[in-house]
Design a protein around this ligand. Structure first.
Ligand code: AHR
Length: 501
């Protein structure tokens, strides 16, 4: 058995956790919208055509923010297509995903759905094939009270009160050659600046996110951020980060160490933001929006085959990764990484939410079930609210393909506003449990109320419609602290949520 020490103290504060750290993402892609959240002829559809089983699964997951409508999709999207009478909305070829977008669901319908699942919308504007004018128009449509062309159009379309969308993405992954309207960093920085300015002139209460690099692996990563921020620093509020991990070779130890890369990525972007701040003698701090993160690789081959067979169909079953147990462990570690950086990462979106690289799956005309990654997200979103506390971890470490000295324990604690304390920890050790000596002396009397563990003997175990409970959390026996210390056993390869009152 491995042994480790963790010290927690209410004074080791990282910062307040913004609830928007537990956001997710619905793109007009694959079966996320059509056949996912929206399936009017499903037996469980509500009066608006939304699946009530999916609504329940999203509510239980606790998702305060949903990014919409893309993704790559947004870079060719005309927002005007998605509003007004449904029968006159155009069908468009979507060049991002080679499908046909019918626009049956648009801003009004999505806002109704978001309300049902208790989420705010983070709306992305098209800065690929369009520009600042269309960006300010949609802000006017969504947020202006009335008596102007676009706000009156919204009212005529049946929505008197503004949607009040507070958070806006200035395009998506504009550095990527796969993006419609790809730009150089300078071109993008200029357009982002002018769009942000005009959007905020329409509604000064909004916040905007500028596109950082689409991954830290882009050859232009770093330079892109520097050049782009140099053009738009004073008018934007956040820089986006996107990162997906994969384990194509079956190297679990290396895969679980990928959050070392995520931490480096975050620290690099923070340094660049602060360097530009210094250079500009600015008083303003730019924070981070990690608005796409997940594991993504299981479905790539399948997608190529789908496109060979049936390009341009509606709602192609794209990006339908089936997540296994080790993916849930990495998702847990990614959540820990986000909370550990909560002082600068204020917004994050698990990409995505339903059917498309998603925690929630559905079958058309069939059931709805939770994938393995559903559980760490649900725990983090439910209990990771309040203040993030640095966990001082002293644990054995291992070397793997890309990293040396990877601690077997990845941990973070949160202090809830009700005084409750939650420790989130992943034991990355492949074979041995870890006995953690937890020092809680700084908190006085604490009582352990729950120890939830997610573990499976097979890292490849998955949940399916037929067998939805193969990988599900279980409760462990409680170990009450004695003199402010508790020895807690974390199984080999496990996600743990340990709660104290
Ligand atoms: O989330 C799937 C896709 O990944 C998004 O559309 C894009 O932004 C990213 O490349």
């Amino acid at each position: 058995m491995k042994k480790a020490n963790i010290i927690l103290d209410r004074d080791y504060q990282i910062g307040r956790i913004d609830k928007r750290l537990f956001g997710s993402f619905i793109e007009h892609l694959g079966r996320a919208v059509y056949g996912g959240i929206y399936e009017p002829d499903h037996p469980l559809a509500d009066e608006l055509g939304f699946r009530t089983d999916v609504i329940k699964a999203v509510r239980d997951l606790c998702v305060p923010l949903v990014r919409y409508p893309g993704g790559n999709f947004v870079s060719g999207f005309n927002w005007e297509d998605s509003v007004g009478p449904r029968e006159s909305r155009p069908k468009r070829l979507d060049l991002a995903w080679f499908t046909t977008e019918t626009n049956e669901v648009g801003l009004h319908e999505f806002a109704q759905w978001a309300e049902k699942v208790n989420s705010e919308i983070m709306y992305a504007v098209n800065l690929g094939t369009r520009g600042p004018q269309e960006a300010r128009d949609i802000v006017e449509y969504a947020n202006h009270p009335g008596n102007s062309r676009f706000s009156d159009m919204r009212i005529a379309n049946g929505r008197k009160d503004p949607f009040g969308i507070r958070l806006w993405c200035l395009g998506n992954e504009m550095d990527g050659p796969w993006q419609m309207g790809q730009k150089t960093a300078y071109e993008y920085g200029r357009i982002a600046n002018e769009s942000a300015k005009m959007m905020k002139w329409v509604d000064p209460s909004i916040e905007v996110v500028a596109c950082g690099s689409s991954s830290s692996e882009m050859p232009t990563f770093g330079d892109w951020e520097l050049t782009m921020l140099n053009e738009c620093y004073e008018n934007i509020d956040y820089v986006s980060l996107h990162r997906y991990y994969a384990n194509p070779t079956g190297d679990t130890a290396g895969f679980l160490a990928r959050t070392m890369d995520m931490d480096d990525f975050i620290r690099s972007v923070v340094s660049i933001c602060d360097a530009v701040k210094g250079k500009k003698h600015s008083k303003k701090q730019i924070n981070l929006s990690f608005d796409e993160w997940n594991v993504w690789y299981h479905s790539r081959q399948q997608d190529e085959e789908i496109w060979k067979r049936e390009k341009w169909n509606r709602a192609l079953p794209l990006l339908e990764d089936v997540y296994n147990f080790e993916d849930a462990l990495l998702a847990g570690s990614m959540l820990i990484t986000l909370m550990r950086n909560a002082d600068r990462v204020r917004i994050a979106c698990l990409a995505q939410l339903v059917n498309v690289i998603a925690p929630i799956m559905t079958r058309s005309q069939g059931g709805c079930w939770a994938q393995t990654i559903y559980y760490p997200f649900m725990h983090a979103s439910r209990y990771g609210r309040g203040t993030a506390l640095q966990a001082i971890v002293d644990s054995p470490a291992y070397d793997c393909s890309d990293y040396e000295n990877v601690p077997i324990l990845d941990a973070i604690a949160t202090l809830g506003d009700d005084g409750s304390l939650t420790l989130f920890a992943v034991n990355r050790d492949l074979t041995e449990p870890c006995c953690v000596s937890l020092d809680l002396r700084a908190f006085g009397d604490l009582r352990m109320t729950e120890h939830i563990v997610l573990h499976h003997d097979d890292v490849h175990a998955v949940n399916t419609e037929e067998n939805p409970n193969e990988v599900v959390p279980a409760s462990c026996p409680l170990t009450q602290p004695d003199g402010g210390r508790a020895d807690i056993l974390l199984p080999a390869l496990s996600w743990n949520v340990i709660r104290f009152a």
